[in-house]
Design a protein around this ligand. Sequence first.
Ligand SMILES: O=C(O)c1cc(C(=O)O)c2c(n1)C(=O)C(=O)c1cc(C(=O)O)[nH]c1-2
Length: 248
Amino acid sequence: MTQTREEFEARLRQIGAERYHDKHPFHDLLHGGRCTPDQVRAWVINRYYYQHTIPMKDAAFMSRVEDPALRRAWRSRIEDHDGHGENEGGIERWLRLADAVGLDRAYVAAREGVLPATRFACDAYLRFVRDKTLLEAVASSLTELFAPKIHANRIEGLLQHYDFADERALSYFKRRLSEAPKDVAFGLQWVLDHADTQEKQDAAAAALEFKTDVLWAQLDALYSAYVTPARIPPGGWQPGTYLRAVAA
Ligand SMILES: O=C(O)c1cc(C(=O)O)c2c(n1)C(=O)C(=O)c1cc(C(=O)O)[nH]c1-2
């Protein structure tokens, strides 16, 4: 049976409550100050691949949208990451974090040393948004409903526990606190408006579950490669390499 708007929204929120990556043990380590400097670096390197993918998936999405009003509402997402005018953009802010944790930013930006499962997960997200219905594509972005809380926890945890953490290093997360809510408020209303049959509601819910898997799989990959017993796959970043040259 088709759910009411309220029931369907509650169903989407329940997916986050059960499956969002705030519950992943790697985040407990990271936010609780129990990651080594190299584990933090591995996270920064791998998560950059996600950052790199996001504006590409948004561009793939927009290339399929025929409604100018929807494109107009969506396009700030690309500018948020790539920058616009005075705003240097989220990708640059992520590279500041790479600087702060002592990594060579050119290495991070080149996306070498990224774990295979990170690539597979992020590439799957891009393909999903390119190939599925617009409703599924928008629904897959709704993990951002749950992101402000994890960003706030991260800012607090990193500031409390790690010497590298300061306002400049964490500017990516601070900025997302104001960017994400506007995006997700629009996305949620759009999904609620368009998922008007049971079939569409099921497809949108499945898309959101798929996206929680995309996020979870990236942290599983990190955990298995860099937390005991660490098993770094061939080609993965080796701790101690590609550190930033420090002036003598
Ligand atoms: O740190 C996080 O946990 C987290 C999660 C997510 C998410 O839920 O997909 C995003 C972000 N951050 C983020 O910073 C971001 O720009 C973003 C864009 C999107 C998207 O699917 O369009 N998700 C996320």
